[in-house]
Write a new protein. Structure first.
Length: 519
């Protein structure tokens, strides 16, 4: 009897052990109904992966059915205690349910957010701090986090309304798409055209007429006009009525490069040379500084070794091509040098652009006759061509003072009008923009054309999209540092850009030199 009992006991233990091993083998359906204890996250949009925690799930993916508000989800992974499921499209808000062969479990509610779509921006352009309305579908859902990005810079949310979010454009955003991110997903909308604006400070000059070297705040100028920057970011100023060229170091110290105030033209070294009414400045690649003498009727240069010589101009006002020493100019102003070493001069009083090459002066474009005609060489007409800048392809850009235009001259002499028409101050597409007596020109480090709009007391930009816009100066004459339209100039003249992209302007009536940083 005892022997039989032991055999029954052994058989029973074997059966129990086998049954236990069967329950723990992977892929075996659970014997009890599932139970959900939590889900994470509890909110999101289509495609969100939700971790469902509980017990009695099947470790075989296909044996777990998961629904969000009765809409079937994709099961990504499963164990006996955890399921990862992807929220289905258009699930809407509702319970999370898990079903196995052993039963069904209803868990917490998942809050579903529809994917956002940006339909429009208003305005679609502007500087930093502009408040932009981002309009679209599901861009401002209740109770959810929302982030708006301008070209990967996060914007400050100002307000949220139905189908609309108002945001403030972040500083330095740049041109690029506007992206919205919510719990429902993300969407890239239209492109925002970011306008850089200038922050204006005074780096030299105390605002009174005179002559004084020294720290910037104590220095004095008398009618600062043309500007140039050397390879070390020193700024050079044609101090016209002081008959001097001044130098401003990056730390703001002002000194005199050449001239002692005498209104005469004398060649020599920096200590003995004399200059007469310097106006336009430009640097050659070898460090030579070229300049015009407006009432002196000459074009001169200062070598890197400090020697001052006259390279063209007889010294009396007139109009004559030919050998450089005998040529005549009539109030030469702007000057620029191309990649081949040819010099070009805005001959203001002769209504033409002159060229100096190989010891000869020729008329490159225009004639003595005033006009606005585009054309090639002598077919073109100008009215008081002023400052000149040259691009990387040797195209000349000329500010035309009396016609209130910006003209372009190709290396072959073809003249076209690229901006401006009548006197005015309108920003906008280049063809319809207007100026009022434009002066200095320079290219910024992105190849955009900076224009000193003299009688509008502002600095304008012809940007890469061929639009003209104001970057500094509100038009009211005065001397006021500050941002954008709050800054004031008083007949600004020359302009130059340093290696950092900062640009410098001679504010001639206020007798100061201003610095502008774009942001």
């Amino acid at each position: 009897m005892k022997k039989r009992f032991y055999w029954l006991l052994i058989i029973g233990l074997v059966v129990i052990t086998y049954a236990c091993n069967e329950d723990t083998e992977p892929g075996t359906p659970p014997l009890e109904p599932p139970k959900i204890t939590s889900i994470d996250p509890t909110r999101g949009g289509a495609g969100t992966e939700v971790i469902i925690t509980g017990r009695n799930f099947s470790s075989t993916l296909s044996e777990n059915e998961v629904t969000f508000n009765s809409v079937a989800a994709t099961v990504v992974s499963a164990t006996a205690t955890q399921i990862v499921a992807k929220v289905p499209f258009d699930a809407l808000t509702g319970k999370v349910v898990v079903t196995t062969s052993a039963g069904t479990a209803s868990g917490p509610e998942f809050e579903y957010f529809l994917a956002p779509t940006i339909l429009s921006l208003s305005p679609s352009f502007g500087p930093y701090n502009t408040v932009v309305s981002v309009m679209g579908n599901n861009v401002a859902p209740d109770g959810s986090g929302i982030t708006i990005w301008f070209n990967d810079k996060e914007a400050e949310v100002v307000s949220r309304k139905s189908f609309q979010v108002e945001v403030r454009v972040p500083e330095g955003a740049g041109d690029g798409v506007v992206r919205v991110e919510t719990l429902g997903g993300s969407h890239e909308g239209p492109v925002f055209d970011y306008w850089q604006i200038g922050v204006v400070t005074t780096i030299a000059g105390d605002g009174t007429t005179g002559f004084q070297d020294g720290p910037g705040a104590t220095a004095k100028f008398n009618f600062p006009t043309g500007m140039a920057v050397d390879a070390n970011d020193n700024v050079y100023v044609a101090d016209r009525s002081n008959n001097r060229i001044r130098k401003i170091t990056p730390d703001g110290n002002v000194s005199t490069l050449v001239g002692n105030g005498e209104e005469t033209s004398v060649d020599g070294d920096l200590s003995t040379a004399r200059i007469r009414r310097p106006t336009g400045l430009c640097f050659g690649d070898d460090g030579t500084l070229y300049f015009t003498e407006s009432t002196g009727g000459r074009v001169r240069k200062i070598t890197a070794e400090g020697q001052v010589t006259t390279i063209a101009g007889l010294g009396t006002a007139g109009y004559l091509d030919g050998a450089a020493a005998d040529a005549q100019f009539n109030f030469p102003t702007g000057i620029a040098i191309d990649s081949k070493g040819n010099l070009f001069v805005g001959d203001f009083g002769n209504n033409c652009v002159r060229k100096i090459a190989n010891g000869q002066v020729t008329t490159f474009a225009g004639t003595l006759d005033m006009g606005t005609t585009d054309g090639t060489g002598s077919e073109a007409r100008f009215s008081a061509p002023n400052y000149i800048v040259i691009d990387a392809d040797d195209n000349l850009f000329v500010s035309e003072n009396l016609n209130h235009r910006i003209r372009k001259i190709t290396p072959s002499g073809d003249v076209t009008t690229i901006a401006g028409s009548i006197e005015g101050s309108d920003d906008g597409p280049a063809a319809s923009a207007t100026f009022r007596f434009p002066y200095g020109l320079a290219f910024d480090n992105e190849g955009q054309l900076l224009i000193v709009d003299g009688s509008n007391n502002s600095i304008r930009m012809l940007d890469k999209d061929n639009n003209v816009r104001t970057v500094a100066g509100g038009g009211i004459p005065g001397w006021e540092d500050g941002e954008w339209l709050a800054a004031q100039f008083d007949l600004p003249n020359g302009i130059a850009v340093n290696s950092k992209g900062e640009f410098f302007v001679g504010d001639r009536t206020q007798r100061v030199v201003r610095k502008i940083v774009l942001k």
